[in-house]
Design a protein around this ligand. Structure first.
Ligand SMILES: *[C@@H]1O[C@H](CO)[C@@H](O)[C@H](O)[C@H]1NC(C)=O
Ligand SMILES: *[C@@H]1O[C@H](CO)[C@@H](O)[C@H](O)[C@H]1NC(C)=O
Ligand SMILES: *[C@@H]1O[C@H](CO)[C@@H](O)[C@H](O)[C@H]1NC(C)=O
Ligand SMILES: *[C@@H]1O[C@H](CO)[C@@H](O)[C@H](O)[C@H]1NC(C)=O
Ligand SMILES: *[C@@H]1O[C@H](CO)[C@@H](O)[C@H](O)[C@H]1NC(C)=O
Ligand SMILES: *[C@@H]1O[C@H](CO)[C@@H](O)[C@H](O)[C@H]1NC(C)=O
Ligand SMILES: *[C@@H]1O[C@H](CO)[C@@H](O)[C@H](O)[C@H]1NC(C)=O
Ligand SMILES: *[C@@H]1O[C@H](CO)[C@@H](O)[C@H](O)[C@H]1NC(C)=O
Ligand SMILES: *[C@@H]1O[C@H](CO)[C@@H](O)[C@H](O)[C@H]1NC(C)=O
Ligand SMILES: *[C@@H]1O[C@H](CO)[C@@H](O)[C@H](O)[C@H]1NC(C)=O
Ligand SMILES: *[C@@H]1O[C@H](CO)[C@@H](O)[C@H](O)[C@H]1NC(C)=O
Ligand SMILES: *[C@@H]1O[C@H](CO)[C@@H](O)[C@H](O)[C@H]1NC(C)=O
Length: 458
């Protein structure tokens, strides 16, 4: 009888598609079905076929990564329930890889940027070009139940001098949230992964999650969650010496889920991952939702849980077994969705603007890039850019032109400290140059249109 029963259940199993409930966010916690969910994650970005390509190395691309299924099983065996992927190419197929991870009940946090579309901290922009690229990633990955969240940036802000770039991150989050809503996709949360920078880390957390626009929660523009890349706990540290106690206290008023989007200091090797005991303990679980260990494969910086040989074999380092034991030994208390009361939750105050330490306004953000608006406006110009000049050429001409005639660049310029964003500041670089050249020509006569050899009169 037992054998018959087993055979029948195997038969049914093979005909049903394995279902995985999407994660949801309520208040400062993640939920799976109606039970709280703690992230036990690994950063997953093996340099798949790295020697053959200079383009984005997409570890979730079916064609490039033949090892998704084996890796998903190995990662499940490690005790993880989540991976984080830093860069994908939205024009490739991802069904097989995403399914392989889904089959092992593994969720995916995905960065939407790649090196050419990310927000540049020293010269931040939020343009139709970037928005379109991010939308493509959202279009592709929103159909998978195991997409846990999108990261609109990783360590964009990394010191007090580039704080203005935070405004662009907040706009990217706002616009991706509104895009997901407008497409009626599942309500996948959009967040950000921050670097651990003592001068600004708390202001940044508040800035990205604060009640900036005084709008009701249902069209709120703030981040849905925050990741924190943190390497403070090295070797056998403890809750206090590591800084974890201080960080937990500092973030107590943040009202969205927070987790370590990277952790695992490797100064002392092999790593014992003793911090796992603290992360999933009552000391931290009111504020934190777990963390993501950096990282699956050994790369030049030496954080690999496994080494990948030239034949594709995965060789476990001691860290792998150590982490596996730690994760298996923690069992954090899980709240039920229904008993979690968030009715009196208020978003935090926005940080005060300060010329030296926090030089960005929080009552206005970069405008939503709108391609139709830009395309229409550029049609009516007297002087505009023809052909396809290189990005570097556009940058050079704009730099010179705006230096000589600031006013001609008013509509494409931004001033994050005062919260002023030009109405064409979200257009493509080529369009911005057209607007600037047109205004410059108005000031200096038709001949001025030929600056840099890119402008043509209509
Ligand atoms: C996706 O999640 C929904 C619930 O939101 C569930 O009904 C469905 O079966 C899941 N699909 C897959 C393929 O896991
Ligand atoms: C979540 O609910 C689905 C049915 O909707 C069930 O198949 C699955 O086992 C549940 N998952 C967990 C982790 O409870
Ligand atoms: C994405 O993949 C397509 C198709 O292989 C390729 O043409 C393109 O260059 C890739 N993009 C990036 C940014 O790697
Ligand atoms: C996922 O599981 C299904 C059902 O067991 C199976 O048909 C499919 O081949 C698996 N996919 C991958 C990529 O492992
Ligand atoms: C915000 O949401 C409310 C309620 O759904 C709606 O009335 C209002 O128009 C929305 N505001 C904006 C700016 O979208
Ligand atoms: C958190 O909020 C409480 C009540 O408003 C306040 O007293 C406390 O100083 C805040 N803590 C931090 C770290 O911001
Ligand atoms: C939790 O905090 C207490 C002190 O409040 C400390 O003694 C204990 O070691 C901490 N637990 C963990 C797992 O870090
Ligand atoms: C990874 O993929 C390669 C190429 O298909 C294969 O030779 C290798 O055995 C795979 N490794 C594992 C661990 O499955
Ligand atoms: C993995 O590679 C690193 C760096 O080359 C090396 O130090 C380490 O011994 C390797 N681990 C194993 C298990 O081979
Ligand atoms: C945001 O601020 C407005 C105005 O002060 C308030 O009505 C609203 O409840 C706040 N929203 C949240 C979620 O705190
Ligand atoms: C701005 O921040 C600096 C450094 O934190 C501080 O010394 C200064 O008092 C602040 N200025 C104002 C106007 O708050
Ligand atoms: C984009 O701009 C066009 C043309 O000005 C306008 O009709 C449209 O409403 C705008 N779209 C959004 C989402 O604001």
């Amino acid at each position: 009888m037992h054998f018959l029963h087993l055979a029948l259940s195997l038969l049914t199993a093979s005909t049903t598609v394995f279902a995985l409930e999407p994660l949801t966010v309520k208040g400062r916690k993640f939920f799976q079905n109606d039970t709280q969910f703690y992230i036990k994650g690994v950063a997953y970005q093996p340099k798949v076929n790295a020697e053959f390509t200079t383009t984005v190395i997409d570890p979730l691309a079916d064609a490039a990564n033949k090892n998704c299924s084996e890796d998903a099983k190995l990662i499940r065996n490690l005790g993880a329930n989540t991976i984080r992927v830093y860069s994908v190419n939205a024009s490739l197929d991802h069904d097989k890889c995403m399914n392989a991870f889904k089959n092992e009940s593994i969720y995916v946090f995905l960065d939407v940027a790649n090196p050419s579309t990310g927000i540049d901290r020293t010269d931040p922009t939020w343009t139709t070009t970037q928005y379109d690229a991010y939308k493509q990633v959202v279009d592709v990955f929103s159909k998978y139940n195991n997409t846990a969240g999108f990261l609109a940036g990783n360590e964009v802000v990394n010191n007090a001098s580039n704080v203005p770039s935070a405004a662009y991150v907040r706009s990217a989050i706002r616009d991706l949230k509104s895009y997901i809503k407008s497409k009626k996709y599942r309500s996948i949360p959009v967040g950000y992964a921050g670097a651990d920078i003592p001068d600004i880390r708390n202001e940044l957390a508040a800035y990205l999650t604060c009640n900036a626009t005084n709008t009701p929660q249902d069209n709120a523009t703030e981040a849905d969650f925050l990741g924190y890349n943190n390497y403070e706990w090295c070797g056998n540290s403890n809750f206090y010496a590591s800084g974890y106690a201080a960080r937990t206290n500092e973030l107590q008023n943040i009202t969205v889920p927070i987790f370590f989007s990277e952790f695992g200091c490797n100064i002392i090797s092999p790593r014992t991952f003793s911090e796992v005991q603290a992360i999933y303990s009552k000391n931290m679980t009111d504020v934190w939702s777990g963390g993501i260990v950096y990282e699956f494969s050994e790369e030049v910086n030496g954080y690999g849980l496994v080494n990948i040989t030239s034949t594709g074999e995965r060789v476990k380092n001691a860290d792998f077994g150590n982490l596996q034991k730690q994760w298996a030994s923690v069992n954090p208390e899980k709240m039920s969705l229904l008993s979690y009361n968030t009715s009196d939750t208020r978003l935090p105050e926005c940080p005060a603007r300060n010329k030296t330490s926090w030089a960005v306004a929080s009552d206005a953000f970069p405008i939503t890039p709108n391609a139709t608006f830009c395309d229409d406006a550029v049609k009516n110009l007297h002087c505009s850019v023809q052909g396809e000049p290189k990005g570097s050429k556009i940058g050079q001409v704009l730099g010179e032109l705006c230096y000589y005639d600031q006013e001609a660049c008013a509509d494409i310029s931004s001033d994050p400290y005062n919260g002023h964003y030009g109405k064409f500041s979200g257009c493509t670089g080529k369009q911005q140059l057209s607007f600037a050249l047109d205004a410059y020509t108005k000031h200096h006569g038709d001949e001025a249109c030929s600056w840099g050899g890119v402008g043509v009169l209509s």
